[in-house]
Design a protein around this ligand. Structure first.
Ligand code: ATP
Length: 417
């Protein structure tokens, strides 16, 4: 169904699929005539954007289905906003085509496209009431007054501001102002709503609350949402699918579970959570599976992933999937394990984060749930030799990133746009 994406398919055993909860629009989307179910809502066809010498977006091909909550995720400067702006018509493509509901809109200005954009800065008219702000687009289109009133009331109700219609924007909190901006965009019933870091200016608690609300609203209206963020958690929480971008290229497009559980490249593995990458050499590869001889000593077998013998690759295991064992207990019989030395141990409340340095100098992070206080007290400290083990299904092979890595940023220090 999806033809997408440069790179990585060889190492991706599981394919992107549209999740069951992806919804279809209910009414009013600006769609072309004919069979609109079979064409993607947004299609980027070999799109490149060049600013002088810099290729901000490179040969990007991507299909976004109708009613999908689709997120462009990546570090600052990777090209997500430029991609969004090309869909909106604020930026021209240097090469390639943009199609909306099957119609080529590449040469069309923004105001002729069936899109609306919500920005991080709410961009409300300060002198107009909330109602007038929301009504603005419909009034410009000369929609009749009673229809405007009904639509404005509907959208204010949807975003939880039915009682605030008469207020001015400066009498609202940041979160409320962003809801007004959302209502103002939705009132036009665009086929595609583009959202550029819309929660970026809000504090963490409000952000989390609005993430849930935005998802509910998107399901309610059934409009395609294309959402830009550098926040991995936000992307995982809200999206039907995520495109992870790095240096102008989409490295992986998948449902959140697969982006997290089956990162296709070392960049994706590092950007979505903690890397935990163990390097090694591919020593056998066939239909039955791939064997990687880790620099840390052991040989691990994984699902077939299109690797070639002799190739350098990495194996990834997520921190919560690693088990910490004392060396005295001996290797756990049924699962692979490697030895290392505890470098640090950090109490995080619900879990303890332990960093273990393996023999080949790879640092592995383990998250040990703090379910039993006595067990936590007995946990070995820095300098202790330990064994890390995992179940076979939790180790996956990933390949390097084309053109080298861009430094992945950990969750809490990701640069804010
Ligand atoms: P952020 O999260 O910081 O907004 P981003 O992933 O959205 O980052 P873009 O804004 O798309 O990144 O920028 C991609 C690259 O293109 C950056 O290197 C940026 O400096 C450059 N760029 C963007 N717009 C222009 C422009 N109008 N002129 C020149 N360079 C630009």
């Amino acid at each position: 169904m999806y033809k997408v994406y440069r790179a990585i398919t060889a190492f991706r055993p599981l394919r992107a699929r549209l999740p069951a909860h992806t919804v279809r629009p209910k009414e009013g989307a600006i769609a072309p005539q004919g069979d609109t179910e079979s064409v993607p809502s947004v299609r980027l066809d070999r799109v490149t954007k060049q600013f002088g010498e810099l290729k901000a977006v490179r040969d990007l091909t991507l299909d976004i289905e109708r009613g999908e909550f689709f997120t462009l995720l990546g570090p600052s400067g990777c090209g997500k906003t430029t991609t969004l702006r090309m869909v909106a018509g604020f930026e021209e493509t240097t090469e390639g085509r943009v199609l909306l509901d099957g119609e080529d809109v590449t040469g069309l200005p923004a105001f002729k496209r069936p899109t609306n954009t919500v920005f991080q800065s709410y961009a409300l008219f300060p002198h107009l009431s909330v109602e007038r702000n929301v009504a603005f687009g419909l009034e410009r289109k000369k929609v009749n007054r009673s229809r405007v009133r009904t639509r404005v009331a509907e959208e204010l109700e949807r975003v939880g501001l039915a009682a605030e219609g008469r207020r001015k924007p400066n009498q609202l909190s940041g979160g409320q102002q962003q809801r007004v901006a959302l209502a103002r965009a939705l009132v036009n019933r665009p086929a595609v709503l583009l959202l550029d870091e819309p929660l970026g200016a809000l504090d963490l608690k409000l952000r989390k609350q609005l993430q849930v609300e935005l998802k509910r609203i998107q399901r309610d209206v059934g409009i395609t949402f294309v959402y830009v963020t550098h926040d991995q958690e936000e992307a995982l929480t809200m999206s039907d699918r995520i495109a992870v971008m790095n240096r102008g290229v989409v490295e992986q497009v998948d449902v959140p579970e697969l982006v997290y559980e089956r990162p296709g490249t070392t960049f994706v593995a590092g950007f979505i959570g903690v890397s935990n990458l163990m390097p090694g050499d591919v020593v056998s590869a066939n239909g039955a599976g791939t064997e990687l001889k880790l620099d840390a000593g052991i040989t691990v077998r994984m699902e077939s992933a299109g690797a070639t013998v002799g190739e350098r690759a990495h194996a990834v295991v997520r921190p919560e999937k690693l088990e910490l064992h004392s060396l005295d207990a001996g290797p756990p019989g049924d699962r692979p394990s490697v030895e290392g030395i505890i470098e640090s141990s950090l109490y995080l409340g619900t879990a303890t984060q332990v960093v273990v340095r393996l023999g080949d100098d790879t640092a592995m992070t383990v998250l040990v749930p703090n379910t039993d206080e006595a067990a936590r007290q007995r946990m070995p400290g820095a300098g202790a030799r330990v064994r890390l083990a995992w179940a076979n299904e939790h180790i996956h092979i990933v390949r390097g990133t084309e053109g080298g890595e861009s430094a992945p940023q950990p969750l809490d220090t990701a640069e804010v746009a």
